[in-house]
Design a protein around this ligand. Sequence first.
Ligand SMILES: Nc1nc2c(c(=O)[nH]1)N[C@H]1C(S)=C(S)[C@@H](COP(=O)(O)O)O[C@H]1N2
Ligand SMILES: [Mo]
Length: 417
Amino acid sequence: MHGSQRRPDRWLTSHVDDHAAWGRRTLLRLGAIAGAGLLLPGCFRESEDAARAAPATTMMRFPGKTELILLTDRPPQLETPLRYYRQDFTPNEAFYVRWHLSGLPGSVDIRTFTLSITGHCERPLSLSLEDLRSRFDPFEVIAVNQCSGNGRSMYQPRVPGGQWGNGAVGNARWTGVRLKDLLDRAGLKPGAVSVSFQGLDRPPLPSTPSYIKALSAEHAQDGEVMVAYAMNGEPLPMLNGFPLRLVVPGWYATYWVKALSDITVLDHAFSGFWMDKAYRIPTTLDAQESPDHLATETVPINRMSVRSLFVRPEPEERLERHQAYPVEGIAIDSGIGIERVEVTSDAGATWKLATLDPAIGRYSWRRWRLPWTPTAPGSARLMVRAVDRSGRSQTSAQWNRSGYARNAIEHVDVTVS
Ligand SMILES: Nc1nc2c(c(=O)[nH]1)N[C@H]1C(S)=C(S)[C@@H](COP(=O)(O)O)O[C@H]1N2
Ligand SMILES: [Mo]
């Protein structure tokens, strides 16, 4: 054990034990959890960006997950290393993790678990996992799940909140049922205005507000919002919301409520801390404001901004002069469609078109690539911007007090020898 090694607190230990019990009780095959309890921290070489974001990078392995970058351990916030984004789908075990409340479910007994749909509806429902699978048509979507604060550590001046690099995002195939089908079965009463969603996680103190999010009744019934019981063809990892999570294609992940257990139909607009106080962005273009002139009007964060980022090279990677290097990355939008991705290696004097991989779904990310042959030795900076089909692009400088909805032009610095 060396100095940088972080020790799990007692909560983690009991969490690990709970997982073992959960595996036995549910009789699910949990190969990935076989390594639970194994903690394999390590250290990365610090890049300039990483040094700004955090003094050191600690890797940690949680139940059902591979080694991920540790931001906090209680509740867990785990970031995906960039190299996992060199494929269409982010492996479940490498998918980032973010919870707000320390009281998260360590086990779920699917023999007794139910999803309830109550409130302003004709026929309140209580559905088991088996009911969802057998009594409703399966529905599938490939969609990006991105935290509102992805890339927050790059904001200048720094803003409070989880200091994510660009690894609070993942792309997966989600399988489950349409929320519309559930709501139809429950029969919304006339005058339904909004629908709220809560999971099994609980606040540590009575004074902490429960994590409850809401969508308009119209959005909830759009036939795309869904309740997923599988992620990339497997049960959801415990830390990604087993056994059910809401999937809101094109919208930031704050709405994708995990361990979803309670859906409530309301005849009024939902009001609660996580909608009224947290996760709000300025109404300005690109959610832009400045520290000296904070925006006065805010709205709940919603559709994802268009953005692209590098997954190769990694920051501070060493490249060889006169050798073609396969630069690649991902581009994200809210379902409008990526029109083009452009990369510059001369500080924006010229932008080159990257090649887009075939689109695999409206709400999927779009991978892009561009070979680049550096010619001069020394340090070099690559920058990237995506443009969507409505003409929206990435901005040269973007800032807001919460570090949400980042869509600044991204860069990566490398050394050419
Ligand atoms: N029940 C519950 N669902 C939740 C949260 C939470 O704290 N509790 N956090 C949300 C936020 S802000 C994010 S970014 C995503 C993270 O999803 P992931 O952990 O599967 O990557 O979950 C969302 N769903
Ligand atoms: Mo988030």
